[in-house]
Write a protein that binds this ligand. Sequence first.
Ligand SMILES: *[C@@H]1O[C@H](CO)[C@@H](O)[C@H](O)[C@H]1NC(C)=O
Ligand SMILES: *[C@@H]1O[C@H](CO)[C@@H](O)[C@H](O)[C@H]1NC(C)=O
Ligand SMILES: *[C@@H]1O[C@H](CO)[C@@H](O)[C@H](O)[C@H]1NC(C)=O
Ligand SMILES: *[C@@H]1O[C@H](CO)[C@@H](O)[C@H](O)[C@H]1NC(C)=O
Ligand SMILES: *[C@@H]1O[C@H](CO)[C@@H](O)[C@H](O)[C@H]1NC(C)=O
Ligand SMILES: *[C@@H]1O[C@H](CO)[C@@H](O)[C@H](O)[C@H]1NC(C)=O
Length: 492
Amino acid sequence: MSPPRIGQGLLWLGVVLSSVCVALGSETQANSTTDALNVLLLIVDDLRPSLGCYGDKLVRSPNIDQLASHSLLFQNAFAQQAVCAPSRVSFLTGRRPDTTRLYDFNSYWRVHAGNFSTIPQYFKENGYVTMSVGKVFHPGISSNHTDDSPYSWSFPPYHPSSEKYENTKTCRGPDGELHANLLCPVDVLDVPEGTLPDKQSTEQALQLLEKMKTSASPFFLAVGYHKPHIPFRYPKEFQKLYPLENITLAPDPEVPDGLPPVAYNPWMDIRQREDVQALNISVPYGPIPVDFQRKIRQSYFASVSYLDTQVGRLLSALDDLQLANSTIIAFTSDHGRQSMDLVELVSLFPTLAGLAGLQVPPRCPVPSFHVELCREGKNLLKHFRFRDLEEDPYLPGNPRELIAYSQYPRPADTPQWNSDKPSLKDIKIMGYSIRTIDYRYTVWVGFSPDEFLANFSDIHAGELYFVDSDPLQDHNMYNDSQGGDLFQLLMP
Ligand SMILES: *[C@@H]1O[C@H](CO)[C@@H](O)[C@H](O)[C@H]1NC(C)=O
Ligand SMILES: *[C@@H]1O[C@H](CO)[C@@H](O)[C@H](O)[C@H]1NC(C)=O
Ligand SMILES: *[C@@H]1O[C@H](CO)[C@@H](O)[C@H](O)[C@H]1NC(C)=O
Ligand SMILES: *[C@@H]1O[C@H](CO)[C@@H](O)[C@H](O)[C@H]1NC(C)=O
Ligand SMILES: *[C@@H]1O[C@H](CO)[C@@H](O)[C@H](O)[C@H]1NC(C)=O
Ligand SMILES: *[C@@H]1O[C@H](CO)[C@@H](O)[C@H](O)[C@H]1NC(C)=O
């Protein structure tokens, strides 16, 4: 019997699964390399749903839109902590930040929390060749300076050589001099090495795909793109797609009256850039001059379009190499909230394992620090509609996930220089959020970094927003509500 197929991929932003014929059934469970599906995992840094496939009318993202058009596109995917290293370690291990105990950039989970298996490690142990290109794990201590090699990868990860210029003075300012700016459209021929990191990563990935075409083993290739993370350093031709006069301002730029100060992000990283410093913007609340707001948005969108062309090159190569029909594509970002079904990035691990026909790791017990292989997320296989199946054994009665959890640490009740990214020892408060179809509820509670313990009787502030009546979250209803029932959902 030939295995049933689905003609879909996985795009979550938060993941897109793409154009694959995913073979499911007993044949693939058998771990035979002939049937095994490859995996291409695309991780984009700081991408929000500014994409055509999410309804954005201005942004040009034809390649990602094309991928999304035959993918399962999640409309409401949530990162577990919107900071690069904690988010990546969370979804790559399938555990929440309170289990990886990584809230900053400064510890390696295998020695600090538990020896947790990762998605690529699991595929590697199941006969896959696993490869990392670009920013997959966050570099540095949080992946032991090796992107978790040798555990996760079959051979040493690739990093683009031009990455080291990202934050250096390579942006030509109006004064003709080079600066380390936030806004950095460049002439690629003019920058050091004559290339940019994401271009190099694409080229490396294309070479690896070419090699894998004749490989006896299936592959798991993770490609991590740097843009649209700041600085917006991108080929200047992409700026032309977005004339300034066509750029609208953010729909809701004011700090809402009812926002507790602990919830405010003072965007210190942006303020450190030379062009932003020159604006002498008031700390912590701003505002940013309107002209500059437009320029930031222009360069963000241009960076997204630049990223989109890189994704397009990879997808074309999959087609050209005739790998497209045997490759699961997952597309995700480490941050960003999407505005249907609620899913969490922590579910990527069980879902990819399930789609590839591998055994889905068991649910984690509580606590799970001693368990190497388990998952805190859900297997989202049931979200895929198996069009070619007459009967779908995976479609359950409950079509949507109910709650997405996330958290964010703070050093103090008011905005500080390190509010965006406090080191573990400085964390005094943790914000825990639940997002349902109907509301977002957050409590900011006392937190002990020595014991990794939140004190839910020490409430510093709260937020409650209703999705239907207040989609932009301007009217904090926390003080008008009892919150008791919601609070129970957050208790460990
Ligand atoms: C951690 O897991 C890896 C991969 O399974 C294994 O090689 C290593 O021995 C484990 N380390 C410890 C300290 O258990
Ligand atoms: C799958 O195949 C690989 C390589 O042949 C083997 O190492 C691994 O143990 C197998 N996994 C399972 C679950 O049978
Ligand atoms: C982390 O890297 C160091 C230095 O390379 C190495 O000695 C150590 O064993 C690594 N940690 C783990 C858990 O593999
Ligand atoms: C800018 O807006 C004008 C007016 O809506 C439109 O005609 C033009 O095509 C837009 N340009 C771009 C590059 O989107
Ligand atoms: C920066 O702004 C502050 C007030 O927000 C003002 O006192 C100061 O003079 C300004 N500095 C410059 C260099 O414009
Ligand atoms: C994928 O397509 C190629 C060429 O069109 C074909 O040779 C191959 O058998 C197909 N593989 C699967 C798994 O359908």
